[in-house]
Ligand binder design. Structure first.
Ligand SMILES: Nc1ncnc2c1ncn2[C@@H]1O[C@H](COP(=O)(O)OP(=O)(O)OP(=O)(O)O)[C@@H](O)[C@H]1O
Ligand SMILES: [Mg+2]
Length: 520
């Protein structure tokens, strides 16, 4: 955990906050850190679990001698906490099952404990992988999401792992400072236990640890993160050069390329918080989100909004907190929330679990507004109707972009990109006429046009010609024709609320009318 977070917890303890609730999977790491705080503040540290009762922290389970066997009962244990007189920190492990709504006695008891402890030198610390806090206790309990290990802690761990194998002649470690940093960075976002496994595995397979293991560590991390439920660790795959048009957005991103560096901070620049991309289907929103990570050379995490709400209701709250913790652990990084409108849509549509969904979304939005870690959020959405106005308030995002259908100039660029991607030279085609014919086409439809034309030519056993493209265009009914009303509404909504992702090119605009352009 970061020194800053340890200090924060120490301050809470010194300031006599009665009950802290630490959310973490890493029990032993938390116990160790709290024992450190105990030493500095001159307080004894005790542990409680429902299997072993109360014992001095660090006592191995088999060595625990209970003064009172009844202590395994949470009510009895809490009474002991109240009755003991010395300055102490009590770590209650896995207390969440006792906080379910029907455990009235325990909940009431905790409120009494909170009252008593306020005027004592004792602190109750609940550790659990899950946050389960009944509303009655919200005012008495301070919740802290325990952050994942930072580079220093991972370095200590790696040194321990290396120490263990140093006498083994068949294992070699060959890491200079840069190599070491790469290996450690690759493990950011994992818990200590996960990182230990990953390092050990890297050492055992191949009998060595050097720079060539970085890729394997990333691959392991990818698996582990995926298992956590909501996040995908994506490979950087899209170059800004693969995006046609959207020059204003691309320019904005380029100018912020170095924004997470120390030099930018010294210059007085705040780290960018995020961008919202609103717009018409298939015009490159997801593409841009992916390109940010490549352009800024930062890892890309994708938050799966669909999974967020389909997961078991009870655990979705914990999942989102965990996803946030992982993103902060990996920071600086890009967190891509694709189709966030689905989340708000789900909120409107559901009746049974709306309490949970609301809290899940609330947790995420609060984090977005308050986050200090350099996590750049790129959210995308098509459906503005479901977006609550406060969501788009300045502060959460640095900028809201409107991604419209490509104009003539942009359509040309998109066609060129997709022809080149398929090894065709754009000069060989009459692009002017295709550009004119494709008024109202989205980027995705332009790509499909190229593909359909290729099929046509391949079938006729010759190379691609302009007429194949023209025919493919004629056979396509662009979405903008069937969804004219929706796009109009989106445009008019965005004129006053969003910045255009495209630069004004030729005066001409795709079929549906003209956009108001904003400059800064
Ligand atoms: N501006 C563009 N330049 C190049 N290719 C594009 C562009 N826009 C779309 N495409 C092509 O269309 C595909 C789909 O685009 P993308 O997934 O980015 O659209 P989107 O705006 O996220 O749409 P949706 O709202 O449906 O998610 C891309 O993978 C790309 O091949
Ligand atoms: Mg998309």
């Amino acid at each position: 955990m970061s020194q800053q977070q340890i200090r924060e917890i120490e301050v809470f303890i010194r300031a006599r906050y009665p009950i802290l609730y630490l959310v973490s999977w890493e029990e032993s790491r938390v116990v160790r850190d709290i024992m450190g705080i105990g030493e500095r503040t001159g307080k004894k540290v005790y542990e409680w679990s429902c299997s072993a009762g109360i014992a001095p922290a660090g006592t191995p389970p088999h060595a625990v001698k209970l003064r009172n066997a009844g202590q395994k009962d949470p009510l009895v244990a809490l009474t002991e906490v109240v009755e003991q007189n010395e300055a102490a920190i009590y770590l209650f492990k896995d207390f969440h099952p006792f906080l379910s709504p029907n455990n009235f006695a325990v909940i009431r008891k905790l409120r009494d404990v909170a009252n008593t402890l306020k005027s004592s030198y004792k602190t109750l610390v609940l550790i659990s992988p899950f946050l389960n806090l009944p509303p009655e206790l919200e005012k008495d309990v301070t919740v802290i999401d325990y952050s994942l290990p930072n580079l220093t802690e991972l370095c200590e761990l790696l040194n321990e792992v290396i120490e263990q194998v140093k006498d083994n002649p068949s294992i070699h470690v060959d890491l200079d400072d840069e190599g070491l940093e790469e290996v450690l960075k690759a493990a950011l976002g994992l818990t200590l236990a996960e990182a230990e496994n990953v390092f050990a595995k890297a050492l055992v397979t191949g009998g060595k640890l050097d720079r060539t293991d970085v890729a394997a560590i990333y691959a392991e991390k990818k698996q582990i993160i995926r298992k956590s439920g909501l996040l995908d660790y994506c490979e950087p795959s899209v170059d800004v050069g693969d995006i046609g048009g959207l020059d204003s957005l691309k320019d904005w991103l380029r100018k912020r390329k170095l924004a997470f560096t120390e030099r930018a901070q010294e210059f007085g620049l705040p780290p960018p918080r995020g961008a919202m991309l609103l717009g018409v289907q298939g015009c490159g929103k997801s593409l841009c989100a992916k390109a940010v990570s490549q352009l800024w050379n930062l890892p890309l995490l994708r938050l799966d909004v669909g999974r967020l709400f389909s997961s078991l209701v009870g655990s979705s709250e914990e999942n989102i907190r965990r996803a946030i913790r992982i993103a902060e652990g990996i920071a600086p990084c890009v967190l891509w929330v694709d189709e966030i409108d689905k989340a708000f849509g789900a909120l409107r549509g559901t009746s049974t679990d709306s309490g949970t969904s609301q809290r899940v979304l609330g947790t995420f939005l609060t984090w977005m507004a308050e986050k200090c870690a350099p996590v750049f959020v790129v959210a995308t959405a098509n459906n503005i109707r479901v977006l609550p106005p406060e969501f788009l308030r300045k502060g959460r995002f640095d900028e809201i972009f409107f991604v419209d259908l490509p104009d003539a100039h942009e359509r040309r660029e998109v066609l060129i990109i997709h022809l080149r991607n398929r090894n065709r030279s754009p000069e060989a085609f009459d692009l002017d006429s295709i550009v004119e014919l494709t008024d109202g086409f989205s980027g995705a439809e332009l790509e499909q046009t190229v593909i359909a034309a290729l099929f046509e030519a391949f079938y006729e056993n010759r190379d691609l010609e302009t007429r194949d493209l023209a025919r493919a265009v004629q056979e396509t009914v662009p979405l903008s024709r069937t969804m004219e009303e929706e796009i109009k509404e989106l445009r008019s909504w965005c004129t006053t609320r969003a910045r255009n992702a495209s630069l004004p090119q030729a005066a001409e605009k795709p079929a549906l009318g003209r956009r108001k352009l904003e400059f800064t």
